[in-house]
Design a protein around this ligand. Sequence first.
Ligand SMILES: Cc1cc2nc3c(=O)[nH]c(=O)nc-3n(C[C@H](O)[C@H](O)[C@H](O)COP(=O)(O)OP(=O)(O)OC[C@H]3O[C@@H](n4cnc5c(N)ncnc54)[C@H](O)[C@@H]3O)c2cc1C
Length: 441
Amino acid sequence: MTLDELSTATGGTVIRPGDPDWDAARRFHSGIGEPAAVIRVSSVDDVRGALRYAAAERLEILVRSGGHSAWGTLPGGLTIDISALADVTVDGTRVRVGGGAHWGDVARTLARHGLGISSGDTASVGVGGLTLGGGIGWMVRAWGLAADQLVGAQVVTARGEVVEVSESSHPDLLWALRGGGGNFGVVTRFDFEAHPLDGVVFATLGIDGDVRTALRMVRDVLAAAPRELTVTYMDVPAMDPSAPAGASLTAVWIGTDEQAARTALAPLLDAPGISVRELGVKSYPDVLLEVPEFDPEQPMPGFVGGNTLLHDLDEGTIDALVSFHEQNPASVLFLRSLGGAFGDVAQDATPFPARDATWFAMAGAFDIPGMLDDARRADILAAWDAIEARGAGVYGNFTTSTDRSWVQRMYPPETMARLAAVKREWDPANLFCRNHNVVPA
Ligand SMILES: Cc1cc2nc3c(=O)[nH]c(=O)nc-3n(C[C@H](O)[C@H](O)[C@H](O)COP(=O)(O)OP(=O)(O)OC[C@H]3O[C@@H](n4cnc5c(N)ncnc54)[C@H](O)[C@@H]3O)c2cc1C
């Protein structure tokens, strides 16, 4: 079958190099991809046609949902753009979401029904990539990962079969979809169990005083806080548009009880060196961030660092993280509180690592051309590796590559063995390999 025949045989639109839409079709949040071709599908049958074509032509598959992964720019292969599969339907607390929907669409629909789902923080991020990798968001302590609310899915497999997945139908595949990445087929529909939500209390606090002292205080407050509260600490340079420059704390409290949120945050609200920039009730969709699209005129700098799930935010770890940031002025330090519902989930219930972690940390220096040389890069990576050695696992969705060395750090051996067995059953030829690849075994 040729690409023309693929286009005719499916309702999908095939876009090739030189076509007017080519640049738009291969644009990801992190840059411009270099696939052999892109097919924009609009139905489950289109997905089946695209998979048949890729299998026959021995083309590797890249599934594009929200386009926010750092690996969408890999060269070659067929990109299957499923962003048109974006319906969101609500039936009681059961929410069915098209595999290509964005979290902003989901949050807006759910808000009209007085519901919420633990998602990511950014409106344009895809439900697909975020959920399949786990999904750490502003409700992680209240309701766990996005993947923890996944109760079913419709999957088009490498063989082109359409499979309904749930706790009672192919439970091993459901297990693998809750954090095992895009290894097992194209998920054309995600089924979530949502929670009643009439709004959230949202607070932003500026940190002008000593950041080590502030982090100790934040850690102690969270150790005693109800699970309704999730906080994020960020320290970013002025060049980063994702947050106000400098150190700040963002807090989300599930529900509209502002007094309860104030009580949980009280030691921080009264602390010297910490100032309240914003505190009040918002709708959940209004809390989701909007980030600028990739601008080819201003390519994103590289990122030298990593992430880790921490059992404890102890003194040594606070010092190592803050020192990393101090020694690299053009760097980001991000911390998100865990525990609560995240920790209620049994370790073997999902592939996600380190359920006993109480904090998630990410830090990295921007690799701006002319600013870092190889020796400096190596020093920064060594400093990061020493921090990661304090942790209990790596979160794949916050890595910048799909290099095998990352995959080995993401899943402990027993989880990897279980993922590999599921992979062997559903994708023995490893058609879905352009991700944090689980090799069939
Ligand atoms: C600005 C920004 C903010 C972010 N915020 C958060 C956050 O708050 N919390 C968090 O946990 N992560 C966050 N992330 C990381 C995010 O989870 C990953 O980048 C994720 O891969 C994005 O998913 P996507 O669908 O947008 O990306 P895509 O690049 O479209 O997809 C990523 C991969 O997921 C797989 N995939 C996607 N959809 C499907 C599907 N339907 N079926 C099969 N495979 C599929 C494919 O393997 C694909 O390569 C953020 C990233 C960015 C850039």
